[in-house]
Design a protein around this ligand. Structure first.
Ligand code: ADP
Length: 528
């Protein structure tokens, strides 16, 4: 086997690139040989013109596993895997290097132990001054680690791409910076109805209803560009023209230097959810309409009840006057009838006042005017006022109280609350004793109204403080179902709480707790 010539500086520079300046003194072939031999990170070796290994360095030994003795004189094709040998890649590479002066390649090579390495290979043809081919300088770097990392990245990108493509529930696709569709997945096909071939390259504004298409897509990209992300829900159009309710997220995609490269768009079809929501809203609306109709019927009935006796008494009196003109009506009858009419008018005006309070509450116009007052004195007044009515219905009405409970509250409104609780106790606890307690408990003023009446079914208890709610049939008991709602609003407006404990057929206890000073001045508490 012909011994190849020692490498010259030129050939070494061809293979390795320019050599550092400090090497300019190393003219001697021995020193250059020493340098090349000791390089560890590069396999540097010479081939004769036929491809037999002519020299071998430390790096080559490290990369390929052969010692000098084992490899020198062997053909370099043994570094190639069988699939490359099958098409004679080693010979082709030498041919190209001889023709072009240089060849660079990356590919799998085989180590002595049979394992593979991913090598970056530069083969440089070495010619003598007359141009005759003397051999080749081969420089090889082991890029196996980099290759593995690249491969891992490629695989993970591939996996991600496959994942995105196969997702069915989400339309996931990319837009270029001007909003033209660049990729398409299965979910997009399922939700929007287009296959990839017919939609890629089209502008995404075609997914919008005509009235939105003229402005919305541009606005969305603008926001996503400016803020990085845009999210909304709205109607979109499928290929077949049908509408679907979409949840849309658009994310701006930028490369490392910040240039906008496009947008990722994720769309979900929330049509079913939207329809269910609409159904629920409709249901609530229907219930509200029903509650209103029921209320109108109860309210007109309640308002009519006092009107009938008034009308009867007045027309009776009118008839009496007309029958015997000039004589007048006996004073006793006049007094009795007018007293009765006045009572009914008071009842009417109380009902109207309740209605007015509800409309004041719903417009935020129910004002509290807190002043210093004694809750015991107020409760005593109410109890005294209603004791005759209670006793007429067979109930005793008693007050147990501390000498005084003074705080800053709206007197008129608390009177309304206590009156409502006491009249309810008389109404729903007729024939049984009723007790009212007033005192301080844990720095709160507390009023308790206890009856032993019909009680309230447990499932109704949480509802009775709502508007228009009545837990009894209107045939047996009158009332608009507003008293407790108003009492609840007034108590909360003071910063307090109203609650109930009740057992059907045994009785109810209503408890009002108030902080020493009213908190708000409007009910409900107006935002600052
Ligand atoms: P109403 O004018 O119908 O009495 P309220 O708002 O004062 O309206 O009360 C709401 C409902 O709570 C009543 O219809 C009744 O069913 C129930 N309720 C209130 N107080 C009592 C009570 N002391 N005992 C039993 N049920 C009561």
């Amino acid at each position: 086997m012909a011994t190849p010539p020692p490498p010259t500086r030129r050939s070494a520079e061809q293979a390795l690139g320019p050599l550092p300046n400090t090497m300019s003194d190393l003219d001697s072939d021995d020193q250059l040989r020493l340098l090349i031999e000791s390089v560890q990170d590069y396999a540097i070796f010479m081939l004769d013109p036929k491809g037999h290994v002519a020299s071998w360095n430390k790096g080559a030994q490290r990369n390929n596993g052969y010692s000098d003795e084992e490899i020198i004189g062997q053909h370099f094709s043994r570094f190639y895997p069988p699939e490359d040998l099958a098409w004679d890649k080693p010979a082709m590479e030498l041919e190209v290097a001889a023709r072009d002066g240089r060849l660079e390649d990356e590919g799998w090579r085989v180590r002595k132990d049979g394992s593979r390495l991913w090598a970056n290979v530069v083969i440089t043809a070495l010619r003598d001054p007359e141009g005759k081919l003397r051999g080749y300088a081969t420089v090889t770097r082991d890029f196996t680690d980099r290759k593995r990392a690249d491969e891992a990245l490629r695989q993970s990108e591939e996996r991600f791409r496959l994942l995105v493509e196969s997702v069915q529930d989400y339309a996931i696709f990319m837009l270029d910076p001007t909003g033209h569709i660049a990729t398409w997945n299965r979910g997009a096909q399922r939700i929007k109805g287009y296959v990839a071939e017919e939609i890629i390259g089209q502008h995404f504004s075609r997914f919008y209803p005509p009235e939105d298409a003229v402005w919305k897509p541009a606005m969305e990209l603008e926001v996503a560009t400016r803020e990085g992300r845009f999210e909304e829900e709205g109607w979109r159009v499928r290929k077949d023209g049908s509408l679907f309710w979409a949840n849309v997220v658009i994310t701006a995609l930028r490369n490392a230097d910040g240039t906008l490269v496009g947008f990722a768009k994720v769309t979900r079809d929330f049509t079913d959810r939207k329809r269910a929501e609409e159904q629920r809203e409709l249901q609530t609306l229907r219930q509200a309409v029903q509650a209103r109709d029921e209320f109108l019927s109860v309210a007109s009935h309640e308002l009519k009840t006092p009107l009938t006796p008034i009308q009867l008494k007045l027309s009776g009196l009118l008839l009496a006057i007309r029958r015997s003109p000039g004589e007048g009506v006996p004073t006793a009858r006049l007094e009795k009838d007018l007293e009765m009419a006045t009572r009914q008018v008071r009842r009417l005006s109380d009902l109207v006042e309740e209605l007015l309070d509800v409309s004041r509450i719903s417009t935020g116009l129910l004002r509290l005017e807190p002043t210093e007052m004694d809750l015991v004195a107020l409760t005593r007044e109410v109890v005294t006022r209603y004791a005759p009515q209670a006793s007429a219905l067979g109930s005793t009405l008693e007050l147990e109280a501390e000498p005084s409970v003074v705080g800053t509250w709206d007197r008129r409104r608390l009177e309304q609350v206590i009156t409502n609780l006491v009249t309810n106790a008389i109404k729903y606890g007729a024939g049984k004793p009723i007790r009212v307690h007033v005192g301080w408990e844990q720095e709160q003023a507390v009023v308790r109204v206890v009856d032993c009446g019909i009680g309230i079914p447990p499932d109704q208890q949480p509802r009775i403080f709502d508007r228009f709610v009545r837990a009894v049939s209107e045939r047996n008991f009158g009332g608009l179902g507003l008293g407790l709602f108003i009492a609840h609003q007034i108590t909360e407006g003071h910063g307090g709480k109203i609650s109930v404990q009740s057992t059907p057929q045994q009785g109810s206890t209503f408890v009002v707790r108030l902080p020493p000073r009213a908190r708000a001045t409007t009910v409900p508490d107006a935002p600052p």
